[in-house]
Ligand binder design. Structure first.
Ligand SMILES: C[S@@+](CC[C@H](N)C(=O)[O-])C[C@H]1O[C@@H](n2cnc3c(N)ncnc32)[C@H](O)[C@@H]1O
Length: 187
């Protein structure tokens, strides 16, 4: 069976990341991707996680402590657009994941936006290692979602084929605006 966008993003991360890698969860939320990333990079790796909502950061911290994964994660209660000021200068990133939209079962008015998402995307691309992956799971059915989706799609199409491979993974016959996945691989 074909995987949905969310599951396929996790398959790609699992296939790409190795122990010791440095990676980014740009939208920590309930911490599901943070836990996966921390498991994949192991004790010698590092996950940098960002979320605007303190509640999301606290909940994820608890999850990581319970699963013994907290030592390989740094959580930042701040927007991913600040990534550039937080990451060590010489750190090469092997993988990054964004789940765009709002936190399920949370405040639906706190959403990611095209402007800040693209600041973070550009910053991460400048630090992506060869073979590294930047993934965006784009939820777009909510207010503001279409604008962000359009901004992201417009930008990624401008990326040079010499430097990046850009994949759009999308279902063409599903109702209710299923999320799509954009995967950018550094050549
Ligand atoms: C779709 S949810 C993420 C779900 C998460 N990956 C999980 O496993 O539960 C989107 C998250 O992005 C956060 N967010 C919104 N704007 C942000 C920004 N500028 N920087 C970082 N996080 C942001 C929201 O607070 C929300 O928790």
């Amino acid at each position: 069976m074909l995987e949905n966008a969310l599951h396929y993003s996790r398959t790609l991360l699992t296939n790409t990341l190795i122990p010791g890698d440095s990676v980014i969860d740009a939208t920590v939320g309930n911490g599901n991707d943070t836990v996966l990333l921390a498991t994949l990079v192991g004790k010698n790796g590092m996950v940098y996680g960002f979320d605007l909502q303190e509640k999301a950061i606290e909940k994820t911290k608890e999850k990581l402590l319970l699963t013994g994964l907290f030592n390989q994660v740094m959580l930042f209660n701040q927007g991913h657009e600040t990534i550039g000021s937080v990451l060590p200068q010489d750190t090469l990133i092997a993988g990054a994941i964004f789940n765009l939209g709002y936190l399920p079962n949370g405040d639906k008015t706190i959403i990611t936006t095209g402007n800040t998402t693209l600041i973070a995307v550009k910053e991460i691309l400048s630090r992506l290692r060869k073979g590294g992956l930047l993934l965006l799971v784009v939820y777009h059915g909510h207010n503001g979602g279409k604008e962000e989706k359009d901004a992201v799609l417009t930008y990624v199409q401008t990326l040079s084929q010499t430097d990046y491979t850009v994949l759009r993974y999308d279902f063409l016959n599903q109702k209710n605006n299923p999320p799509l996945l954009i995967a950018i691989e550094k050549k």
